[in-house]
Design a protein around this ligand. Structure first.
Ligand SMILES: Nc1nc2c(ncn2[C@@H]2O[C@H](COP(=O)(O)OP(=O)(O)OP(=O)(O)O)[C@@H](O)[C@H]2O)c(=O)[nH]1
Ligand SMILES: [Mg+2]
Length: 301
C-alpha cells in the first residue's frame, strides 16, 4: 500500500471524550481533558506517525449553538475543523442523554461530503449498553452503509485501536511524504502547552461559570536553564468577584492549581518547572472581540 497522510477532524458533542480519544492515539497528553463540557477551546493537533502513514488528528471544541462571544468562537472553530480536514471522525458518546445533541452532531457533519467514520464512545459504561444499538440506528438512518465503531478511551484495547487506525488511514489521501516531521506529536509550542495545563487545573478546581469565563496567558517563559523552565502565567478572570475565588482563602486555591499544573508540565515537558501564577481581571473579555483576539480566540470583527 502506498504512503498516506492527512488530517482527521474529531467532531462531537461537548464532553464526548474527543480530547481523551486523541491522546490515546497519539500516546501523549496533547489535549487537556476534564469532566466539564467545553474544555477544549480551539483546535489542537496531535500527530501519529508510522512507516505506512501519518495521521494528523485535529481535536475540536464540542459542538455548541452560538454566534457571538467565546461560544460563537467555539462553534466556528468546530465548523472550520470540518471544512479543513481530509476526513471526519464523528464521536457519539454513550453518556449523552439528549438525542437532540446527537442529532445536532449528525446534522452538522451531514453538510460535509468528506469521508466519515462514526465512533460510539465510552462503551465501557456498561449501564448505557442499551444505547449502543439505538445510536447506531440513528447514524445508519442518516448515513446508510456508514462505518460505526465502538470504542473506549478509558479502557482502550490495542486490537481495537489498531482497527480504528487502519479504517482511518484507508480513507486518507495518498501522499508522497509526511505532512509534519515524524518526531513531532503536536504543533503546540511549550508556551501553549503550559497555558493549557494551567487552564485544565482551573477547570478541575473551580466551579459554576468561573472556569468558562477565564483564560490563561503566559507572560515570561525562561528556558535559559535547560533543566528548569521558569514559567510566569496570568489567569484572567471576567469579573472582579471571581478573582478572590480563584485565589482562595490565604491563596489556597491558587496554590493547589499551581502545584498540580506544575506537575503536569513537568510530565509533559520532561523538565523541572518553576511556575508563578498571577490572577487579574479583564472584565467580560469573552464578550469583547478585541480582548478575545488578544487572548488567541481569533474572531472576525
Ligand atoms: N467512562 C469513560 N469516560 C471517558 C471516556 N473518554 C473520556 N471520558 C471522560 O469524559 C470526560 C470528557 O472527556 P474529554 O476528552 O475532555 O471530552 P471532550 O469531548 O474533549 O470535551 P470538550 O473538549 O469539553 O468538548 C472526562 O471526564 C473523561 O475522563 C471513555 O472512553 N469512557
Ligand atoms: Mg476536548
Amino acid at each position: 500500500m502506498s504512503y498516506r497522510a492527512g488530517f482527521v477532524g474529531i467532531i462531537g458533542q461537548p464532553n464526548a471524550g474527543k480530547s481523551s480519544l486523541m491522546n490515546v492515539f497519539v500516546k501523549e497528553k496533547v489535549s487537556i481533558v476534564t469532566a466539564k463540557p467545553q474544555t477544549t477551546r480551539r483546535r489542537i493537533m496531535g500527530v501519529l506517525s508510522r512507516p505506512e502513514a501519518q495521521v494528523v488528528f485535529v481535536d475540536s471544541p464540542g459542538i455548541v449553538k452560538a454566534s457571538k462571544g467565546l461560544n460563537g468562537f467555539l462553534a466556528q472553530e468546530a465548523k472550520d475543523v470540518i471544512e479543513q480536514s481530509d476526513m471526519l471522525l464523528v464521536v457519539l458518546s454513550l453518556d449523552e442523554r439528549s438525542p437532540e445533541a446527537l442529532s445536532d452532531v449528525l446534522n452538522l457533519v451531514a453538510e460535509s461530503k468528506k469521508p466519515k467514520v462514526f465512533m460510539i464512545h465510552k462503551v465501557d459504561l456498561s449501564q448505557f449498553e442499551h444505547r449502543i444499538s439505538k445510536i447506531k440506528d440513528l447514524v445508519l438512518e442518516k448515513f446508510p452503509g456508514a462505518l460505526v465503531l465502538n470504542f473506549s478511551s478509558e479502557k482502550p484495547d490495542a486490537e481495537k485501536t489498531e482497527q480504528v487506525f487502519q479504517e482511518l488511514i484507508s480513507r486518507l489521501p495518498e501522499s508522497p511524504e509526511p505532512l509534519y516531521d515524524v518526531e513531532l506529536f503536536t504543533m503546540q509550542t511549550t508556551r501553549e502547552l503550559a497555558a493549557e495545563m494551567v487552564r485544565e487545573q482551573c477547570f478541575q478546581e473551580l466551579h459554576q461559570e468561573i472556569p468558562y469565563s477565564l483564560a490563561v496567558q503566559i507572560g515570561k517563559y525562561d528556558e535559559s536553564d535547560a533543566r528548569l523552565h521558569k514559567i510566569f502565567a496570568e489567569i484572567l478572570v471576567a469579573k472582579h468577584n471571581h478573582k478572590a475565588i480563584v485565589i482562595g482563602k490565604a491563596g489556597s486555591v491558587l496554590k493547589k492549581i499551581g502545584t498540580e499544573a506544575r506537575k503536569k508540565m513537568e510530565d509533559v515537558l520532561g523538565v523541572k518547572v518553576y511556575l508563578s501564577l498571577n490572577v487579574s481581571v479583564k472584565e467580560d473579555w469573552q464578550e469583547n472581540p478585541r480582548l478575545m483576539k488578544e487572548l488567541g480566540y481569533v474572531v472576525q470583527e
